[in-house]
Design a protein. Structure first.
Length: 255
């Protein structure tokens, strides 16, 4: 393992060592994933997003809330585990938790898993929609759904994994190099986000903005953009997004 650039405290190091040992001993029974998984896209853009994941090692899926970004990525990740468990053995969840620069979560009570669990509800709820709570819990208990704090990503190679990175617009550019270079053999990485919802480091470009601006020409990286026309959540979401868009345009004109 490479030298770690960020020093962990004693408790964090113990948790990291335990996590590293457990993740190297996994075996996946496809029955754990449940029945056959059917993914029904509701728009052409959703189909394009699915193809971006399937046809590229790294994919970037952007769009406003309610367009199905997280659902599609979760459903496709589960389908990979179900149909190609020999290649893909786990789903790794990564998300910025909007705490200080080094992603410190040690002040929270509980184990590492418990500290991060609250931030991963969008992923977990979508897994449950696709395969149910029992199968989701079985995958989590077996280590096939794994939460990875950004701080622990340093020095780790993620092989045989589907890596889902949510809220990429909230991830500082300092962490982007770390995350991109974690992808290992027989792995896929999916970045999800909405640039309009960026709320941290507004004076600097986020990981999502940098990905779109500088990395999309790489053949192995696919990009798909969903719009308010692809919103599948409550119909009012589309109307709300249109109002927010008007507000944003008005503010730009008055700067």
């Amino acid at each position: 393992m490479a030298n770690r650039k960020t020093k962990l405290n004693k408790d964090e190091q113990e948790e990291f060592d335990t996590w590293s040992q457990e993740r190297s001993q996994l075996s996946l029974n496809s029955n754990m994933v449940g029945n056959k998984i059917e993914i029904k896209c509701k728009s052409k853009a959703q189909k394009d997003a699915l193809l971006a994941i399937e046809n590229h090692d790294i994919s970037i899926i952007t769009g406003p809330p309610g367009t199905g970004k997280t659902y599609l990525s979760c459903a496709r990740a589960l389908k990979y585990l179900k149909e190609d468990g020999g290649t893909y053995k786990k789903i790794i969840l990564i998300k910025s938790v909007n705490v200080p620069k080094d992603e410190e979560i040690g002040y929270l009570k509980g184990t590492l898993e418990e500290k991060m669990e609250m931030y991963m509800y969008p992923f977990i709820s979508n897994f449950q929609k696709v395969i149910g709570k029992q199968a989701t819990d079985s995958l989590k208990a077996g280590g096939h759904i794994e939460i990875l704090p950004i701080k622990f990503a340093l020095g780790v190679t993620l092989d045989n994994s589907i890596i889902l990175i949510d809220e990429a617009q909230q991830i500082a550019k300092d962490h982007l190099h770390t995350l991109l270079t974690r992808i290992g053999t027989d792995s896929k990485m999916v970045f999800l986000g909405d640039i309009k919802q960026k709320s941290v480091n507004k004076g600097q470009k986020s990981a999502l903005e940098i990905l779109i601006e500088y990395f999309v020409e790489i053949e192995e990286i696919g990009v798909s953009e969903l719009s308010k026309d692809d919103i599948v959540r409550h119909p009012i979401i589309k109307k709300l997004e249109e109002v927010f868009e008007k507000i944003e345009n008005h503010e730009k004109l008055n700067k």
